[in-house]
Design a protein around this ligand. Structure first.
Ligand code: SF4
Length: 376
């Protein structure tokens, strides 16, 4: 039996797999699980929205991670959920035939199609650094964006400019929000972003006919509303002061916290520590590499990997299981935090210097506490 039994949905996914994906996406959107039936029936009954997917300055890693997941059901569902009318990497047509398809889809679906953009847009020298079909990325975005219902920026490059925009930025690379100001824009950053975040955003749009709630950076709050650090499996080690001090040392081998190796999890809003990647439960921190803050425009490629970020929440939430105090190291605990709080006035000067290293945006979460960095 397939998910298509009795409905429009043409996927070859087994129904159990389909319902499981809808349940996962429902949970990710922060909806009651009882809503999964509505999500599933929406998928089965709605007309597939036309999607035009443009590639600019990027590595195609976002498309690759979406399509080459170890478990193909997410990509299958995404590709069955939408009518992917134009995607330079995937479409069979090429040259004039492909350009014709783009023009026809734009005309037939004007005002209704979703425009997905992967990659930054170079503005310098009238955008000559990126051309597709003889047109610059600048020309293409000005041609295609006006007819879109909304623009989905997949990946950090289209969301915020990405690596192309760092430093001297010779091509003048920018994210979509710097060019398109009269359309709803949803940023799904990450290098690459989790395919589930893209799937859930599209599902939310189809189910409720509106965009999900976004944070100050245009990211869906259901996926980017919390810091990685809040749900990291190494967090009990952070709370107990057990840190890896060097790659390959005893702490690293025992799975201790990676903060002192430069983990950006305490300043990075994303759901990697919960949703993970490739349906096998891994993400960088789980295999021993610090988070590099790829969803944060002021961290990725701007702070060196080994540089430590500022800590906003040195103590765990009340709902956390207590850390194993018998093995406690020299990390933060409530008493230390209080002492540091009393000394905060004396540290204002140093705090100003640290603040310069932080993202410009204000933390989106409540309950932030005084800044405190674990003892070395
Ligand atoms: Fe996990 Fe990094 Fe936070 Fe340590 S600092 S608990 S490794 S997110």
């Amino acid at each position: 039996m397939t998910a298509g039994d009795g409905g429009r949905f043409p996927t070859e996914l087994p129904r159990r797999e389909f319902i499981k994906l809808c349940l996962t996406a429902t949970a990710m959107m922060g909806l009651p699980l009882s809503m999964h039936g509505r999500v599933a029936s929406t998928v089965q009954s709605s007309a597939r929205p036309a999607v035009i997917w443009l590639h600019f300055q990027e590595c195609t890693g976002c498309s690759e991670s979406l399509l080459r997941s170890s478990h193909p059901s997410v990509s299958s569902l995404i590709l069955d959920l939408i009518s992917l009318d134009y995607h330079e990497t995937l479409m069979a047509g090429a040259g004039a035939q492909a350009e014709q398809t783009l023009r026809e889809s734009m005309a037939a679906n004007r005002g209704k199609y979703l425009l997905v953009i992967e990659g930054a847009i170079p503005k310098a020298q009238n955008g000559i650094f990126c051309k597709v079909g003889g047109k610059t990325a600048l020309e293409l975005i000005r041609e295609v964006a006006p007819g879109a219902a909304a623009v989905l920026c997949i990946g950090t490059c289209s969301s915020f400019g990405g690596i192309q925009s760092v430093g001297v930025n010779p091509t003048g690379a920018v994210g979509v929000k710097d060019l398109v100001t009269d359309k709803p824009i949803i940023n799904i950053p990450g290098c690459p972003p989790n395919p589930y975040n893209f799937l859930s955003t599209v599902l939310y749009y189809l189910t409720f006919k509106r965009l999900p709630e976004l944070d100050a950076m245009g990211r869906p709050k259901f996926a980017y509303g919390r810091k990685i650090h809040e749900h990291c499996e190494r967090r009990p080690h952070f709370d107990a002061g057990r840190f890896a001090q060097a790659y390959g040392d005893a702490g690293h081998a025992q799975g201790h916290c990676l903060y002192k190796l430069g983990c950006k999890g305490p300043a990075t809003y994303a759901n990697c520590s919960v949703q993970r990647f490739n349906d096998v439960g891994v993400w960088p921190v789980s295999i021993g590499h610090p988070c590099i803050g790829c969803t944060e425009p002021d961290i990725l490629f701007k702070l060196p990997i080994a540089e430590k970020v500022q800590i906003h929440d040195p103590t765990p939430f009340d709902s956390y299981a207590p850390a194993n105090l018998k093995e406690k190291g020299k990390g933060p605990d409530p008493v230390t935090t209080g002492v540091v709080g009393l000394a905060a006035g004396a540290l204002i000067g140093a705090g100003i210097m640290l603040a310069k290293k932080l993202p410009n945006s204000a933390p989106a979460q409540t309950g932030e506490t005084q800044h405190h960095e674990p003892a070395e």
